[in-house]
Design a protein around this ligand. Structure first.
Ligand code: GLN
Ligand code: ZN
Length: 762
């Protein structure tokens, strides 16, 4: 069986690429130095994959910023506004064009906006969205893929496998500018250029080319399905002799199995870690000469592969197709895995023995092949590791499981319906019309960050740290009182990150030192690992919230992160349904909510910005997800008395198709991000006659710009036309931790002024 890989993490185990790019952007290193780092990283990764025994090693999976952006450069889909970056500025090269498209260009008298960025399917990776116009032209522009092929070949001494995004998925990933056409109709113009690139690779000596077509595993329209048939018929006709592998991942083929199997290519790759059931249908439908690549090692998680499971799939495929038509690989590109487990020196040894990062995942692919060839010792060792994890008392805590199973509908329900609660809460809180508040965090200054770093290093005592955090909190409270906010927050100065902060205090979580995964460009995230049943050993936020409330007569809003967001932004265990883990976290948050209520806190916010992003990729799966996600939130929120006001907050979401479920969360108040859409996102709530209170963000926190009073009054006026004024709150779009103090103060002063003016006018 051929063993291969679909893509390797680019950053380097020590995030070398991040550092080099950021230095280049700051002008601290030159292009040559940047390229040296990139070359070294690619070579290291090629050799590492070769040493791991991979037969086909990917190239062109590397990117300075994003591989979708690289496709736009390859195919000459560069929006006109970037022309001056190369034509007008002497010395600029393709790399500068690439970064200009990704990040915008504000230099040398030019001011060009960046291209849009969006989430890569259901991962936390973000790609640069191709922009297409009605008269879009394509041409071969960048040589990156050809250079990568030559370099990899030279480095490896064997023929590498270039990776490209397939033509149909490339178009579907993009967005029409100017309207009046559908991007799929650009296929006719794209194909000749795309085929020219393939021919050029073939001339350079390429044998295999991997074309990623993740959309084959998504819901497809008839026109999209037809585009696949047409594109691959044309490619097959014109690129005879080139071995094409079409790679699908993140979902099963399901109703597209026959379509995918019928494409005239040499090999089809399936992500069996996402959907093992597709294997039978594909085995039946596969034409006699097509090979099948089995993605058996999970590229999205950090857990050791269960060889026994993988071998079932491999043996089934080998029985049906014969060994020479079966390949094995990770399910998807390892871009979404951290680099190397061997760097984790501080992890608990047991838990570490259950894990595999990118480097180890390749080892797993290799070992699976060895086991097929008769190496039973490897299988035995894996069986033992899997069995230890399965039986571990670290993972399985019977009382937590029992409590989760005992959750009742009543636990997920407030005592009284919203109108009654609204009444009691109004009497208790005595807030003005259009109450003003913020979303939780205030600027995380260098000073505050340093405090936390010093505390971690042990350079200051707990008492010193607490005193400094108290001082920062007190300052923020005095200042909120001065400018006249109605509902205050403590500022979240004690928190590093809204998920990590809670994970560190909950049972069932561990943290890696180097488990970084690329999020976008040079940005990486280090998600916590949920390895076992989650429970809350003690209060998490009560101390700081109580302190804050004691400093003011105004209501202090407590801040928690919701169960779905904690789940979504962590590496989650794969030995139980996500919903089970979500309910366990929900119960932990519920206990915290009750502890806050007990401590006299009247308003508690449970942030759930990630509810929307957890939505499954396939329509038929979405309802079931929304049911448990909303229920998990309700379990977290609904333990309180009527007089306790529960807020939730969500950002960067479109709400149209899930508005009924948002309403079903039954938060007393929801704050959402709307300012950049000029309240357009509020339409969904208005159309639905959203019954509870709502704070549509009146200013964008992503930029340092200070919005004028009139701007915000106008937005409030707009909101008041859409929803009952008595239900409206006034707040920014999101937390302010990435902002600086001066702009934050100025913006919030204006916001309070806008609310006061609106109260008189509306
Ligand atoms: N309470 C959090 C904050 O203000 C919310 C962050 C978020 O929605 N992403 O930082
Ligand atoms: Zn937010």
């Amino acid at each position: 069986m051929l063993k291969h890989n679909l893509g390797y993490p680019r950053m380097g185990a020590h995030r070398q690429l991040k550092k080099a790019c950021e230095q280049y952007w700051q002008g601290r290193i030159g292009r040559t130095e940047l390229f040296v780092t990139a070359k070294r990283l690619q070579e290291d990764h090629w050799l590492l994959q070769q040493q791991a025994g991979m037969d086909l090693i990917p190239c062109n999976d590397f990117s300075f910023y994003d591989h979708v952006l690289d496709m736009s450069l390859l195919l000459g889909a560069v929006p006109d506004r970037y022309a001056p970056v190369v034509t007008d500025i002497p010395g600029n090269a393709e790399i500068d064009l690439c970064f200009a498209m990704a990040r915008g260009y504000q230099q040398h008298g030019l001011d060009i906006t960046a291209m849009e960025m969006t989430k890569w399917f259901d991962t936390n990776y973000h790609y640069i969205v191709p922009e297409f116009t009605a008269n879009q032209q394509f041409r071969l522009l960048s040589n990156k893929v050809f250079n990568a092929f030559d370099a990899a070949r030279h480095c490896l001494g064997t023929i590498p496998k270039p990776v490209l995004i397939g033509p149909v998925s490339y178009l579907l990933l993009g967005k029409e500018k100017g309207g009046g056409f559908h991007r799929i109709t650009l296929l006719e113009r794209l194909l000749p250029v795309y085929i020219a690139a393939l021919k050029k690779l073939q001339e350079a000596g390429a044998v295999w080319v991997q074309l990623d077509e993740p959309f084959l595993a998504m819901d497809l329209s008839e026109a999209e399905a037809a585009a696949f048939r047409h594109a691959y018929a044309e490619i097959a006709r014109q690129c005879k002799g080139l071995k094409l592998m079409v790679a699908t991942y993140f979902e099963g083929l399901r109703d597209n199995a026959a379509l995918a199997a019928s494409l005239p290519v040499c090999c089809l790759h399936l992500d069996l870690t996402r959907d093992a059931q597709q294997l039978d249908a594909v085995l039946q439908a596969l034409p006699p000469k097509t090979s099948l690549s089995l993605g058996v090692v999970d590229g999205r998680n950090i857990w050791k592969n269960d060889y026994e499971q993988s071998l079932l799939h491999i043996r089934k495929a080998v029985r049906a197709l014969g060994e020479d038509r079966v390949m094995i690989a990770p399910g998807c590109s390892l871009l979404h895995s951290p680099a190397d487990l061997s760097l984790e020196t501080a992890l608990d040894a047991d838990i570490r023995s259950w894990m595999a990062f990118a480097k180890q995942k390749l080892q797993e692919v290799f070992e699976l092949d060895e086991i097929c060839a008769g190496n039973t010792a490897l299988l035995e060792a894996n069986r033992q590791a899997i069995a230890l994890r399965r039986a571990s008392a670290r993972v399985h805590v019977p009382v937590v499981k029992a409590r989760t199973h005992a959750i009742t509908d009543q636990d997920a329900c407030r005592r009284s319906p919203f109108p009654e609660r609204q009444h009691v809460q109004a009497a208790r809180l005595k807030l003005p019309l259009l109450p003003t508040t913020t979303i939780g965090s205030f600027p995380q200054t260098d000073e505050v960050r340093q405090l936390r770093a010093q505390r971690r290093k042990g350079a200051i005592t707990a008492a010193q740290y607490d005193a400094a955090i108290e001082a920062a909190t007190l300052d923020a409270i005095r200042w909120q009182e001065e400018i006249g906010l109605d509902v205050l927050v403590h500022g979240e100065f004690e928190r590093n990150d809204m998920v990590e902060y809670f994970g560190e205090m909950l049972n069932g979580f561990v943290f890696t030192q180097n488990g970084w995964v690329q999020s976008y460009g040079s940005r990486c995230v280090k998600p916590p690992v949920i390895y076992g049943d989650v429970s809350r050993p003690e209060d998490m936020t009560v101390r700081w919230t109580k302190y804050a409330q004691a400093q003011t007569k105004l209501p202090m809003k407590a801040m928690l992160t919701g169960p779905v967001t904690i789940l979504q932004w962590s590496f989650v265990r794969d030995d139980q349904p996500r919903s089970d883990t979500a309910y366990q976290i929900a119960l932990a948050i519920r206990d915290e909510v009750l502890a806050l209520e007990q401590a006299g806190i009247g308003i508690i916010q449970i942030d759930e910005p990630a509810i929307r992003e957890g939505l499954p990729l396939r329509k038929p799966d979405q309802e079931a997800y929304l049911q448990w996600a909303v229920r998990a939130f309700r379990v977290a929120a609904c333990g309180v008395k009527d007089e306790t006001q529960v807020h939730t907050h969500m950002c960067y979401s479109e709400f149209n198709d899930i508005i009924a479920h948002i309403a079903d969360m039954d938060a007393d108040v929801i704050t959402i991000e709307t300012s950049r859409s000029q309240m357009e996102l509020l339409q969904a709530f208005a159309g639905f006659r959203y019954p509870n209170e709502i704070g549509p963000g009146v200013y964008d926190i992503h930029s340092p710009r200070v919005p004028a009073v009139a701007e915000m009054t106008a937005l409030l006026q707009k909101a008041a036309e859409l929803l009952p004024v008595r239900n409206l709150w006034v707040n920014p779009d999101c937390g302010l931790k990435t902002r600086k103090w001066p702009e934050t103060k100025a913006a919030l002063e204006n916001m309070v002024a806008a609310a006061r003016e609106a109260r008189l006018r509306i």
